[in-house]
Design a protein around this ligand. Structure first.
Ligand code: GLU
Length: 428
């Protein structure tokens, strides 16, 4: 096979076509679901702090809302493209359906690098993004949330802008808000914790104990940090994490035996998940080339950074000891690499399942915001555990019954639910 093309939307459509074929979907349903229902792409001129003007590109894509209002993150990333957003929106549709949440799928963002934007500039970008989309968003229409390089503060600026444009309070407009300002306790931890709930079930299935199990992680942002924390709490050891280094414009892996110290590492990490290389070296970490995370002699790999990281070119370096891959990122594994991983018998907890804790808790947050009544943390995390565990077991059971890889099983369940919703509405 030749060099793979790393276009996430091509991957997402390939996954969909394969599933549609397997499910025997009719042609109109295939046509409806293989592309987004609606796309918005626009320019945002921004007055910078130094008085100059720069023009940024903004996006919002609604893939499908047959099961409920669109739901999905807003990413600030310099390499953002409409195709990445299309893929993310489609994956959100499947994710919500798989977790059986009454929401559709969407995604959005701004092509920008917040490392080089002041807080005021970021605030203006958030407000302009909402101004351009005010008629396309809303608690019953499409509900944004954080994603890579956006967080609670961005959500609050966006909420504030939306509410001032509407002239009313609409706390269910957006999720991932700060706790105390309409946010839900547990939302920050949810994606990482949800991943570990699913991982715990996978280990049970493989007759492996979490106690003493080892893992290597790509990324050290919100998903990765919380996954590492909970994984350690259930007895696991993380020996390596890798992340992007903004200064050198490459990534590095940080390795320490018997395990990394998550608290101390988080203390030398910026708000975008970048670890301070010099400080880490002083703390006794081996600083290795970024790709070293993938070749570690561990039981579990957790790609929790960005898409297209495990490819046909590097999949061979995965150590023979690896038994589980839990995809914290969206789309971290290319189609070619996925084939090889399947042949090696590694259990994959696919992205639309492994990282679904984030949107599941977003749904809980929206419910709380709409009621204006907030739950305790134990209640939120308890409900999250129930949702993740039952979705994991649904996928596992389906995979066994139909003799399918976990990814194909997850997609089949999700796509079938969405196709059914479209049919029930009389769309196709
Ligand atoms: N951006 C996150 C994801 O990809 C969360 C989306 C949400 O909470 O709506 O799942």
């Amino acid at each position: 096979m030749g060099k793979e093309a790393f276009n996430s939307f091509v991957t997402a459509q390939f996954q969909f076509d394969r599933t549609a074929e397997w499910l025997g979907l009719d042609l109109p349903t295939r046509e409806l679901l293989r592309s987004p229902l609606k796309e918005h792409q626009f320019l945002i001129p921004l007055r910078m702090d130094d008085g100059s003007v720069r023009v940024f590109r903004g996006f919002r894509v609604l893939h499908n809302d047959a099961r409920g209002p669109g739901k999905g993150g807003i990413r600030f990333h310099p390499h953002e493209t409409i195709d990445t957003i299309r893929a993310l929106a489609m994956w959100m549709t499947w994710k919500c359906a798989l977790l059986d949440i009454p929401l559709g799928g969407s995604s959005g963002g701004v092509a920008c690098d917040p490392h080089y934007l002041t807080l005021r500039e970021q605030e203006q970008l958030c407000r302009s993004w909402v101004k351009r989309l005010v008629h396309e968003l809303g608690p019953q229409v499409d509900v944004p949330a954080p994603d890579i390089m956006t967080g609670a503060q961005h959500m609050l600026w966006m909420l504030d802008e939306y509410e001032s444009l509407r002239g009313e309070k609409v706390p269910g407009f957006i999720t991932g808000k700060p706790v105390g300002m309409g946010g839900s306790v547990g939302r920050l931890e949810a994606a990482g914790f949800g991943l570990v709930f699913a991982l715990r079930e996978a280990l049970k299935e493989l007759d492996m104990s979490a106690d003493g199990a080892t893992a290597s992680v790509q990324g050290f942002g919100n998903v990765a940090q919380h996954a590492v924390r909970l994984f350690e709490q259930i007895g696991g050891r993380v020996v390596c994490v890798s992340c992007w280094d903004q200064k050198d414009a490459v990534s590095y892996a940080y390795k320490k035996e018997p395990s990394i110290e998550v608290q101390a590492l988080a203390g030398i990490t910026d708000r975008f998940g970048g670890i301070d290389k010099e400080k880490a070296a002083k703390m006794g970490y081996d600083v290795l080339p970024g790709e070293a995370w993938l070749s570690q002699d561990v039981d579990i790999l957790i790609p929790a950074a960005v898409e297209n990281q495990i490819t046909e070119e590097n999949v061979q370096v995965i150590h023979r000891r690896v038994r589980v891959i839990a995809e914290g990122a969206n789309g971290p594994t290319t189609v070619g690499a996925d084939r090889t991983i399947g042949e090696r018998g590694i259990l994959v907890i696919p992205d639309i399942l492994a990282n679904a804790g984030g949107v599941t808790c977003s749904y809980f947050e929206q419910v709380q915001s709409n009621m204006n009544y907030y739950w305790e943390k134990d209640e939120v995390l308890g409900k999250l555990d129930v949702k993740m565990t039952s979705a994991f077991n649904d996928v596992l059971e389906f995979a066994k019954k139909k003799n399918l890889p976990m990814r194909n099983a997850a997609f089949s369940i999700a796509v079938a639910r969405v196709a059914q919703a479209c049919k029930d509405r009389g769309w196709v």
